[in-house]
Design a binder for this molecule. Structure first.
Ligand code: NAD
Length: 359
């Protein structure tokens, strides 16, 4: 097949892991006869430095035209003093909002081979965990109005608004149920219905939508209880669906189950043809520039792109299997270091994956 992909590596380790994912894709192209055409653009701190804005119009227009954006990560201490609305990370928020990418899929896999390095006990991981967090991405507290910081008699007051309409809740829940039907037919809806009104609406909509999917088992958890269950009994989960803020926090927590934030991919889409693929990690300023970053989250993100945007299921699976084999064969970057095994760099880890591609 032939496909165009807009590519933005971003900042920090984004520029280190992106070329590695493209190397894996190049091998897939070579073996399977596909042609992927990459159109690179600047998004994030690098775009501020080059053009004065984190999301230049050209980048937005390119994504609009191409429809598929493979993204690395953006942000870093160099841009910490930029006003909040112009920060590199807002570029992503704008892309998500502009194209109404309301579904953010974050698969969490605890691979059995990594059990010795996980902060949770091996018995919790069992034969390996596999669940997906569906995070609502285009609404909630990150976008709610009003928000701001104002001066007051007791000092400054910061405020944000968490808001969801029934329609916004319903569409992301439906995406979760459709996903569960292709998996183990179980949905856990997560809210804070005992304390906040927006979650009461979420819960009521979730109960109603669940009735339309009698073949899928549903349970409802409060976010605080869910945070505990994710580390105590994660094997109960198949598809977890929740709002933007809760999903943001839960998926970082789930990073501990996968061994590292550097292991986790994500895909975001809406009802249209646009999709954004990005690893969940940030720019890791503490290790950036040294070739130490774990490229697996980025590589698995590229696999998600093959699966969801191009329906190249076999190729995506081959990448996932090659990652498993590289880990089983003892390859470890610093973030998943294990006693008795050498630590490899970003490039060597990718070499290990490419050498194990069987497609
Ligand atoms: P981070 O994800 O960059 O790093 C957290 C920790 O995980 C660090 O110790 C880092 O070294 C480690 N880590 C992350 N990815 C790794 C990888 N692939 N390999 C090895 N180790 C890895 O989060 P942070 O430190 O909170 O944020 C750093 C910067 O990234 C900030 O400017 C933040 O705003 C930005 N950020 C961007 C995104 C994004 O672009 N989507 C997401 C999160 C954070």
């Amino acid at each position: 097949m032939e496909a165009r992909v807009a590519v933005a590596a971003g900042d920090g380790i984004g520029v280190e892991v992106m070329p590695e994912a493209l190397r894996v894709l190049a091998e897939i192209q070579r073996r399977c006869g596909h042609t992927f055409t990459y159109e690179e653009t600047l998004v994030g701190g690098c775009a501020i430095d080059a053009h004065g804005v984190a999301l230049p119009d050209e980048a937005l227009a390119l994504f609009d035209d191409v429809g598929v954006l493979l993204f690395g990560a953006c942000g870093g201490p160099q841009w910490d003093n930029v006003p909040a609305a112009e920060r590199p990370e807002r570029a992503l928020a704008t892309i998500r909002k502009e194209f109404d990418l309301f579904v953010n899929l974050r698969p969490v896999r605890a691979r059995k081979s990594l059990a010795p390095v996980l902060p949770v006990k091996e018995r919790i991981v069992g034969e390996g965990l596999d669940f997906v967090v569906v995070r609502e991405l285009a609404g909630g507290i990150y976008y709610g109005e009003p928000h701001g910081i104002e001066e007051g008699p007791d000092g400054r007051r910061g405020y944000n608004t968490m808001t969801y309409t029934e329609a916004e809740i319903e569409r992301v829940l439906r995406a979760a149920y459709e996903l569960a039907r292709g998996r183990r037919n179980h949905v856990t809806s997560v809210d804070k219905a005992n304390m906040i009104e927006v979650s009461r609406v979420w819960r009521e909509v979730a109960v109603r939508v669940a009735e339309e999917y009698p073949d899928v088992e549903t349970n409802h958890l409060l976010i605080d209880a869910c945070a505990l269950e994710v580390v105590l009994r994660p094997s109960q989960f198949d598809v977890l669906v929740t709002g933007n803020l809760f999903g943001d926090i839960l998926t970082d927590e789930a990073g501990a189950l996968a061994g590292s934030l550097g292991m986790l991919p994500s895909a975001s889409y809406g009802d249209g043809r646009h999709a954004l693929y990005e690893p969940i990690h940030g720019t890791a300023p503490d290790i950036a520039g040294h070739g130490l970053a774990n490229p697996l989250g980025m590589i698995l993100t590229a696999a998600m792109m093959l699966r969801h945007s191009f329906e190249l299921t076999e190729e995506a699976q081959a990448i996932d299997d090659a990652v498993d084999k590289a880990l089983e064969d003892g390859f470890r970057t610093g973030d998943i270091r294990q006693d008795g095994l050498d630590v490899v760099g970003t490039h060597e880890m990718t070499d290990a994956v490419i050498a194990r591609l069987d497609v």
